[in-house]
Ligand binder design. Sequence first.
Ligand SMILES: [Zn+2]
Length: 318
Amino acid sequence: MIINVHAHLDRKELYSDKYWEQVADGLAKRLSLSKEITMEKIVKPFSTSKKYHAEGFVEVLDKLGVDKAIITAMDFGLSIAGEPKWSIEEINRWIASQAEEYSDKLVALCAADPRRGDRAIKLLEKAVLEWDMKGVKMHPTTGFYPDNPEFFPFYEKCVELDVPLHSHTAALTPLLVESKYANPIYLDSVAVNFPELKIIMIHFGGLSWTRKCTEIMCSRPNIYTEISTHQINALTMPQQWLTNLRGFLDTPTMFGAPLSDKIMFGSDWPYLEYAMKEDVWIDWIKNIPEEGKKYGLKFEEREISKILGVNAKKILKL
Ligand SMILES: [Zn+2]
């Protein structure tokens, strides 16, 4: 069973023009290309091609034998990118309707910024109760620390609706947003205040916060993670990545499930396709027991099955 717990659909209306400019500019600088090229070759297809609607994504999932995937947008309206033409309600409604069309394959998350206050709470309620969305995703890098008590009513609503909170925890992004807010330690504070709330640390802390995520998961029974963006680490430093993974899987937890029950597969499709294609990433994970042998590391098939889908099914009730 394969479940991808982190993917996106895309279309122009989900983000502001300034956002798309930022992406093109950010990628141009990182990839040493001109902005015209990144705009034309990378950004325009994301914003205009139906390949990035449910239809295109499900085709990819079917081809690769992926059973289910979680799709979402991002609420970037309060970042310096500014509000898109579509309201945050319209954006989420579109994501939900895309998932509805392929309800056996796609599960939708509501994208919401808790700084929207009552509006975010109402949106979440509607998203879960009327649009069948299965949780919420937030992006602290747009300018907020997750442990701000002003957001507690928002988290209370998640608990009341019995849906998980997915929150970004990595420095990696081509956008003009601030990484400091993504530090997973602030989610630890949320977990303490809301022991009933399931929290998913998206991206497993990127590169530098992975150990911190591990430590937090060891002591908090209600925090979990997913491994999108780790394509880049696996690709560029396989030995170190696998050695770390072995170490994380072997780390004893103080309370709750062992770490091997807390790590889920994700890819952030389609944003990291430039680094590693979806099929290569899935094969990479499947091949970990073989690859590990090269470095004297032993991985059980059972551990890989858990990462690929068994954990997500259980944790997210999919
Ligand atoms: Zn993402």
